[in-house]
Design a protein around this ligand. Structure first.
Ligand code: SAM
Length: 330
């Protein structure tokens, strides 16, 4: 049986959910200003009532019936879980899963990269909002050199890697030369990401940076050229002949791409989350339906009933922020 959403609702044609993101914890070892500005949820005080490895495997198996092929493990910070290697092994053992990816702040990556590779991990996205020691510490509370060591080790292990840089404040424009130098050393793709209203009580409008500013600088001042166009993020990818890596842009605020979104999220408690901006939840572990077919139908009906396109700009303007990305899984 392989049911697609198309059979249930034409509006969902574009959302076949090939891509499942599972948050394995809502705890984190950093306190990034764009993510957790309230500085809540110290790991030691969390209930740690997180999905167990075998529950994660069962959920992934269920979603392969919807056509899920790619699974991203996220959080919170997934590498704070002592059983993360078992989780990756179990997920990569699921038939039909061809890619297991991880999103991490990279602090523990230098210890884990080798183990993660041998567990079946295929890709890592590392969050790196700044390359300046001082600014990285201001934004995250952590040490940037530790992350750079983790990136080196990940490349050494031949795991594919992308860098996520949330554009937090216009100060980032002064760092563009640092990011260009970084691409001389590392063969990676950096993706600058627009700062989204996903942090209750702490969104700072003045920190929003329109990525046109960076794109303009790269082309006009630093001689970058477009090497390709990525239709999934609706962005040009830019590079220069002397660089090993490249730069792309993710603009969920100024060029919203909800219509081509193919992601579905599961929280660390096992709740299905239809969209980063939705407060609707369906706990997959608590479903009473007996057959797989009935469970799938329930999931589809839930997604159908919650299918709306958020207007991200007006969420910012009206200050209607309800989501905490570290709880949902970014
Ligand atoms: N701890 C991991 C990390 O730092 O990558 C995984 C969780 S984090 C919530 C996942 C992603 O969300 C990161 O790439 C981070 O940059 C992004 N993110 C967090 N807050 C954001 C915000 N307000 N706007 C845009 N992206 C955000």
């Amino acid at each position: 049986m392989n049911l697609s959403f198309m059979e249930y609702d034409d509006r969902l044609i574009l959302r076949k959910f090939e891509y499942l993101r599972i948050s394995v914890t809502d705890g984190c070892n950093l306190r990034c200003l764009y993510c957790n500005p309230e500085k809540r949820e110290k790991i030691s005080s969390l209930s740690k009532n997180w999905l167990k490895p075998d529950e994660i495997k069962e959920i992934v198996k269920l979603f392969t019936k919807f056509g899920t092929k790619k699974v991203r493990i996220t959080g919170g910070e997934p590498l704070v879980r002592g059983d993360i290697v078992d989780i990756i092994k179990l997920v990569s053992s699921v038939e039909d899963v061809s890619e297991v990816a991880l999103t991490t702040n990279g602090i523990f990556l230098r210890y884990y990269a080798r183990l993660l590779k041998s567990s079946g991990l295929t890709r890592v996205n590392v969050s790196l909002p700044s390359l300046s020691d001082v600014r990285y510490r201001e934004i995250t509370g952590g040490d940037v050199e530790t992350v750079l060591d983790g990136i080196r080790e990940t490349i050494e292990q031949e795991i594919k890697i992308k860098i996520n840089t949330v554009a937090y404040g216009k100060e980032l424009l002064d760092e563009i030369p640092l990011f260009i130098d970084f691409l001389k050393e590392f063969k990676v793709q950096i993706r600058f990401i627009e700062y989204m209203p996903l942090c209750v009580g702490g969104y700072k409008r003045e920190k929003f940076l329109d990525l046109e500013n960076i794109e303009g600088l790269l082309i006009d001042k630093y001689g970058f050229r477009k090497s390709e166009y990525n239709r999934y993020i609706r962005s040009g990818i830019y590079t220069r002949d002397d660089l090993k890596g490249e730069i792309g842009f993710i603009r969920p605020v100024t060029r919203q791409f909800c219509d081509i979104c193919n992601k579905i999220r599961i929280s660390s408690k096992g709740e299905l989350i239809p969209c980063l901006f939705s407060s609707k939840r369906l706990n997959i572990l608590k479903l009473n339906e007996k057959t797989e077919e009935e469970i799938l139908r329930k999931v589809v009906l839930f997604i159908k009933s919650t299918y709306t396109k958020p207007d991200i700009k007006s969420i910012i303007e009206r200050d209607e922020i309800r989501s905490r990305i570290y709880e949902i899984g970014g």
